[in-house]
Design a protein around this ligand. Structure first.
Ligand code: ADP
Ligand code: ZN
Ligand code: ZN
Length: 817
């Protein structure tokens, strides 16, 4: 009788792989458990059991599994279904989804490591020839991998040899490699039970009179326990009693204290009692009722609520209801920059029920959150996280909130799965029969369109909390200002006036400049040459801080040049500017003010954002200069003025969503101004003050923007009217990319006719020595998406079977952003 399991391997394989198991293993294994399996020549992978069956594979002989790694499934049935959807919708493999979903400590692909047993000397005569060779090698090398052993013995199947060596106690294999995750143990002490009687305790204290330091420790232990009524950590005791660990050790050795360990999470909440959530005002209350009403017959509802209308407090009420039903909540945010403020806000109400999950957490921390979610622990009733938290092992999900749903960073760009967290969340919620609330002050055209079509419920909230006025938005024509010499660097006289005024009144300022790297390039005023990256075919950007020219893609860099590399002219101009330059200019203009900068460079590291956001919140900073990052949902109380340094580089960005995005960015960043009683002021500097989008921003006219943009999307066949699949070709050989992309496009055109665009080179067509070329497939709403994908897969397979093209990398991006 034969028993088999199909497993998902963490590599891009089209199909699941089948392994043979024993009957006992068959009975024990459940879908979602991990097994270590051999794959290829000598690799061992961690795989996830997908299902078990009795049918032997036809084309290959099933190998035995190496080992079972779990007692219970770590991936739920629901997740396996969800993964399946992701893989098929986003045209990737289950292995890629698995790799993205599991914290890396769960997925190890390293080979078994063989170590010599140091405690035992084995006589050569007891070893067979092949065993001896391996054993001998371990004298020279502390450990060997299976591949090493295979090389030494010059044969493939070396496991029997290793097994014999293990049986002879000559070597051991390192099992730990499969379980990199180790629970974090914290050392605690308590008074030994010997002293539980009063008399014994009295004797002890008398005894200790001769050892005052030790006595001090024991007394401190009493007082901490009395105060906190909780176990006492060794570290805490050391600190409070002014002792050192040696004294504590002495007490443990004397049996006065007993030590013990408790497994703790690395992520701790150390707050006080929870607060009650806020009472909603009338508008919020109506909105909440409306949302609940739509949820009666809709699974997804879009909440369009102006900035500072108090959406978060409405979410809090919905969360409370969901917890009441004993269900979990997922709260998705576009970026971890936002979690800082929200974590403290949610913890205020929900204490340690809130878990946070994002990519800056270590793998160990992620495993802990994973387990807490999986076991539906009280510590993970609400999961707050960025994109990847939609892949956690929820048990009883009741509600998903997607805050700032319009944010494009919800879409994963690279690597596969190239999923959109909002859309993936909706599918997840449906699996659980849970509700999804999408919230934004500037909804995406997609979601607004879906709401208008009746696909989603729709609720509006047009009042700012406390009736704070919407900010006053003023457009500043900088072309005119330049002509009339009213510019100082990148600052118009109007902006300087308003800044001076704001600082005088003790309010704070936010200055927004589009993401770095798009404009701060160096150009020669004489010949127009601008230094290029030798790998990427892209202009290098100027970094004042390091006085360097750097490639924004590959990190290639050189010292800033003093003269043009082409014509040796000394007149170099850094056309365009980034946040760094704005910061420098502000410092010169306002030497008294405290200035901080928030962009990719200043927010590295786990607490990068927190530091800056806290400092600004605490008003230790007067002027915050930043990129996109600071537009997203942050709630600062004392900001009166927002300056948008240059609207044009946003509007001119070569992307069909540029106008929509510019609107969203500008409205969002404006929404940071005047969130309390003082009305906020926004200055937008631009060369083109008559631009429609700028008018719509200054009058906060979302509807008009929506209608105009939808018109364009209709005319030019773009989402949400059409769907898009982008196909990217990558190869270091220019010719291959060209020929390959042409071949592919021709095949596509036979099926999809004029709905195929390209192949075209992207603006940056060479990245890390690889040429890129794109094809865009536009899919009309009436055309079946699954049939379309089938056709593409077919073309893809024939493409890869052409010998010349096999080495070309093809990347499929569904719903490309
Ligand atoms: P939004 O997410 O819509 O931009 P927030 O939820 O951040 O708005 O609310 C804006 C501000 O108003 C926050 O500081 C919040 O604490 C406050 N606020 C909102 N609703 C209430 C309420 N019902 N009671 C007291 N304060 C509130
Ligand atoms: Zn020159
Ligand atoms: Zn480069």
């Amino acid at each position: 009788m034969f028993y088999f399991i199909d497993v998902i391997l963490p590599i891009p394989l089209e199909k699941c792989f089948t392994y043979q198991v024993t009957q006992a293993e068959f009975d024990f294994l459940k879908p979602g458990m991990r097994v270590a399996v051999p794959f290829g020549k000598s690799k061992i992978y961690t795989a996830i059991v997908q299902h078990s069956h009795r049918i032997a594979p036809e084309i290959y002989e099933a190998k035995d599994i190496h080992q079972i790694l779990d007692d219970v499934p770590i991936v739920t049935q629901m997740q396996l279904q969800h993964w399946q959807w992701i893989a098929s919708y986003y045209m990737c493999t289950l292995g890629e989804v698995m790799r993205s979903a599991l914290p890396s400590a769960f997925v190890l692909e390293s080979e078994t490591i063989i170590l010599k047993n140091k405690d035992l000397v084995i006589g050569d005569e007891t070893l067979k020839d092949d065993e001896f060779l391996v054993y001998e090698a371990l004298h020279h090398q502390s450990s060997l991998k299976i591949q090493d052993v295979a090389n030494i013995l010059d044969k493939k199947n070396v496991l029997p040899v290793i097994k014999r060596l293990i049986d002879k106690n000559a070597v051991s294999v390192e099992e730990e490699i499969f379980e990199k995750y180790k629970p974090k143990l914290v050392r605690y002490v308590k008074l030994s039970s010997k002293y539980s009687s009063e008399a014994a305790l009295k004797d002890l204290l008398e005894d200790l009179n001769r050892a005052p330091k030790q006595r001090q420790v024991v007394m401190t232990l009493f007082s901490i326990s009395a105060q906190t009524k909780k176990p006492v950590k060794v570290t805490e005791l050391v600190e409070e009693s002014d002792a050192n660990t040696a004294i504590i050790k002495a007490l443990i050795d004397k049996d006065v204290l007993e030590e013990y360990h408790i497994q703790t999470d690395r992520i701790l909440y150390d707050g006080d009692e929870n607060e009650d959530s806020k009472r909603l005002n009338e508008h919020q209350d109506n909105t909440l009722k409306d949302i609940k009403e739509t949820f009666k017959d809709q699974n997804v509802t879009l909440l369009h609520g102006v900035t500072s209308s108090g959406k978060t407090e409405i979410y809090v009420k919905l969360i409370e209801d969901t917890l009441q039903e004993g269900k979990q909540v997922l709260y998705l945010l576009p970026e971890i920059a936002l979690t800082t403020q929200l974590v403290s806000r949610l913890q205020m109400y929900f204490g340690e029920k809130v878990a946070v999950f994002h990519s800056k957490y270590s793998s160990h921390e992620r495993v802990e959150v994973w387990n807490n979610v999986l076991y539906n622990s009280p510590k993970a009733q609400i999961v707050l996280g960025a994109r990847s938290s939609v892949l956690l092992p929820f048990q009883k999900l009741g509600l998903i909130i997607v805050d700032e749903e319009h944010e494009t960073s919800f879409k994963q760009f690279d690597p596969a799965p190239r999923y959109h967290a909002r859309d993936t969340a909706i599918v997840l919620a449906n699996l659980f029969n849970a509700k999804t609330l999408l919230g934004s002050a500037t909804p995406s055209l997609e979601s607004y369109y879906n709401a208008k079509q009746g696909k989603y419920g729709f609720v509006e909230l047009n009042h700012r909390f406390n009736n704070v006025l919407m900010p006053d938005i003023e457009l500043v024509d900088i072309q005119d200002k330049h002509k009339r010499k009213r510019m100082t660097g990148h600052f118009s006289d109007r902006l300087i006036e308003e800044m001076t005024e704001t600082l005088k009144e003790g309010h704070q300022i936010i200055l927004f400049q589009n993401r770095r790297g798009f404009s701060p390039i160096v150009e020669c005023n004489t010949c127009g040459h601008s230094p290029q990256c030798s790998n990427c075919d892209v202009s290098l950007t100027f970094h004042q801080f390091k006085n360097q020219l750097r490639c924004h893609y590959c990190g290639y860099h050189m010292a800033m040049q003093t003269k043009c590399m082409a014509c040796s002219s000394l007149e170099l101009d850094s056309k365009g500017f980034g946040t760094e330059q704005v910061e420098e200019e502000v410092k010169t203009l306002f030497p008294e003010a405290k200035v901080a900068r928030m962009d990719l460079d200043t927010t590295r590291g786990k607490y990068g954002y927190d530091k800056i956001i806290n400092a600004f919140e605490q008003e230790e900073v007067d002027i915050l200069v930043g990129t996109q990052m600071l537009t997203k949902g942050l709630d600062f109380r004392n900001v009166r003025l927002v300056g948008i340094m240059n609207a044009d580089n946003m509007l001119n960005f070569p992307d069909f969503r540029a106008h929509e995005r510019s609107f969203q960015l500008m409205v969002q960043v404006s929404g940071r101004a005047g969130r309390t009683d003082v009305r906020g002021k926004v200055l937008i500097q631009t060369y083109n003050p008559y631009h429609q989008i700028l008018k719509q921003v200054s009058t906060n006219n979302f509807i008009q923007m929506y209608e105009e943009q939808m018109n364009d999307r209709h005319n030019y066949k773009y989402p949400p009217i059409y769907r898009l699949i982008k196909i990217t070709f990558k190869h270091k050989d220019f010719q291959k990319v060209n020929l390959g992309a042409d071949w592919y496009a021709k095949s596509l055109r036979q099926v999809f006719k004029h709905n195929v665009l390209g192949p075209e080179f992207p603006p940056i067509s060479r990245i890390r020595n690889q040429f890129h070329k794109n094809i865009l497939v536009k899919i009309p709403s009436k055309q079946s998406l699954s049939k379309t994908k089938e056709a593409i897969v077919k073309i893809n397979n024939s493409f890869l079977s052409v010998k010349d093209f096999r080495s070309v990398r093809v990347v499929l991006n569904v719903d490309n952003y």
